[in-house]
Design a protein around this ligand. Structure first.
Ligand SMILES: NC(=O)c1ccc[n+]([C@@H]2O[C@H](COP(=O)([O-])OP(=O)(O)OC[C@H]3O[C@@H](n4cnc5c(N)ncnc54)[C@H](OP(=O)(O)O)[C@@H]3O)[C@@H](O)[C@H]2O)c1
Length: 340
C-alpha cells in the first residue's frame, strides 16, 4: 500500500512516497481501517520539519478518517462499513487530562495516517458525524476537538457570552463556528482584511486586523464597552498573550492552545493576577471529548471550513500552502480511494 514517510533531520523535500506492507487482519480488540482523508495541522508541519523529536522514517499525520474494513474479536462498537475518525491520544479515553507529550500521538510518537490502511485498537477511533465526507471528518481529530475542549469542556461556554478567536487557522475557525452556534458573540482577528470578510460571513460579530491594529486587546475592550471578552482562544503564545490578557474580562478564561509566535517569552503576570483570569493550557482532548463533539456536530449540523484539498502524494505542496499562511480554515489530504 502507499504511504508517506519523513526523514530526519526533517524538511518538506525529505517527504517520501513509499510502498509499505499491508498491515493485515485485525487482532482481538482491533479494527482495520481504509484511510480516505487526513488534514494538516501546525503540529504535523512541525513534525515533518524535524522540530518535534519524532523518529526517522515515521509516517506523518495525526488526523485520519476512513471506513472500517474488518473488526477483530470482541469489537462491538464498529462494524465493517462504518465511517470513522481517529483520536489524537489513542490511550486517553476519558476523564482528566493524562498526557503531557506526543509519545502516543499518531504521526509523531507513533506512525500516523498518511497511508492507505491502518490496523489499530478500536478505541483509537470514534464514529464520524453522519453526513460528513471523509475529508470533513478528518478535520475533527486535532483542530476540531481542541476548539471544542477549549470553549465547551474547559470554558463552559454559555449563550450570550463573548469569545475572541485569533487568526483564521484550523482551530480558530472551528472555534468561531462553535461559538456562533452556541449563541455567543464572536470577535475574530486576522492579518488579512479579505479573511475578516469571510469571518463575518461565518458569523463573527466584530473583526479586527491584528497587523494594522497591533493594540488589538484595547480594541476588544472598546468593542465590549470596557468589559472584555469571556473567553479567548489563544493560539499565538508569547507574542499575543499580553494582548489576550488585556482583551479578556476580569475573571475571564484564556484557553492557551498555540505557540505560533514562539515557545517562551514575557507574560504580563501582574495583569493576569489583577484581572483574576483563568489561563488554562490544553492539548486536544480525550476520546470522550471527541464523541461528545461528534454528537454536537450532528445536531447543530455544523460543517468544517475546508480551504483546499490535495492528493496524498502532494503532501509537501499542501504543507507549503500551510506555511505560506494564505489558508482559511483547514487544508486536507484526500486519498486516491476517496477520489475513485
Ligand atoms: N494545544 C492544542 O491542543 C493544539 C491543537 C491544535 C493546534 N494547536 C496550536 O494552535 C496553533 C494554530 O494551529 P492551527 O493548526 O490552527 O494552525 P494553522 O491552521 O496553520 O493556522 C495558522 C493561522 O494562525 C494565524 N496566526 C499566525 N500568527 C498569528 C498571530 N501572531 N496572531 C494571530 N493569529 C496568527 C494566521 O491567521 P491569519 O492568516 O488570519 O492572520 C494563520 O493563518 C499552533 O500553534 C498549533 O500548534 C494546539
Amino acid at each position: 500500500m502507499k504511504a508517506i514517510r519523513f526523514r530526519l533531520p526533517g524538511g518538506l523535500e525529505l517527504l517520501e512516497n513509499v510502498e509499505v506492507p499491508d498491515p493485515g487482519e485485525p487482532q482481538p480488540g482491533e479494527v482495520r481501517v481504509r484511510v480516505h482523508a487526513s488534514s494538516l495541522n501546525y503540529h504535523d508541519l512541525n513534525v515533518v520539519l524535524g522540530q518535534m523529536r519524532s523518529a526517522d522514517g515515521r509516517i506523518p499525520m495525526s488526523d485520519g478518517a476512513g471506513v472500517v474494513e474488518a473488526v477483530g474479536a470482541g469489537v462491538t462498537e464498529f462494524v465493517p462499513g462504518d465511517a470513522v475518525v481517529s483520536t489524537f491520544f489513542p490511550q486517553w479515553l476519558e476523564g482528566d487530562a493524562q498526557v503531557a507529550d506526543f509519545a502516543t500521538t499518531p504521526g509523531d510518537g507513533v506512525d500516523g495516517f498518511a497511508c492507505e490502511v491502518v490496523v489499530r485498537p478500536a478505541t483509537a477511533f470514534t464514529h464520524a458525524p453522519r453526513g460528513y465526507s471523509h475529508a470533513e471528518a478528518a478535520t475533527l481529530t486535532t483542530a476540531g476537538v481542541t476548539a471544542w475542549r477549549a470553549l465547551i469542556v474547559n470554558g463552559g461556554l454559555k449563550a450570550g457570552e463573548s469569545v475572541l478567536v485569533l487568526g483564521t487557522g484550523g482551530v480558530s475557525i472551528f472555534a468561531l463556528q462553535l461559538a456562533d452556534a452556541m449563541g455567543a458573540t464572536v470577535i475574530a482577528t486576522s492579518s488579512s482584511d479579505d479573511k475578516l470578510v469571510r469571518c463575518r460571513e461565518l458569523g463573527a460579530d466584530e473583526v479586527i486586523n491584528y497587523r494594522t491594529e497591533p493594540e488589538w486587546g484595547k480594541r476588544v475592550l472598546q468593542l465590549t464597552n470596557g468589559r472584555g471578552v469571556d473567553h479567548v482562544v489563544e493560539v499565538g503564545g508569547p507574542g499575543t498573550l499580553g494582548q489576550s490578557i488585556r482583551a479578556a474580562r476580569v475573571g475571564g478564561h484564556i484557553a492557551l492552545i498555540g505557540v505560533l509566535t514562539g515557545v517562551g517569552g514575557e507574560v504580563p503576570t501582574a495583569m493576569l493576577m489583577r484581572k483574576q483570569q483563568r489561563l488554562q493550557g490544553l492539548i486536544v482532548g480525550s476520546r470522550r471529548h471527541q464523541m461528545d463533539f461528534v454528537r454536537a456536530l450532528e445536531v447543530a449540523k455544523l460543517k468544517p471550513v475546508i480551504d483546499r484539498s490535495f492528493p496524498l502524494e502532494k503532501i509537501a505542496d499542501a504543507f507549503r500552502v500551510q506555511q505560506a499562511g494564505g489558508h482559511f480554515g483547514k487544508i486536507v489530504l484526500e486519498f486516491e480511494s476517496a477520489r475513485a
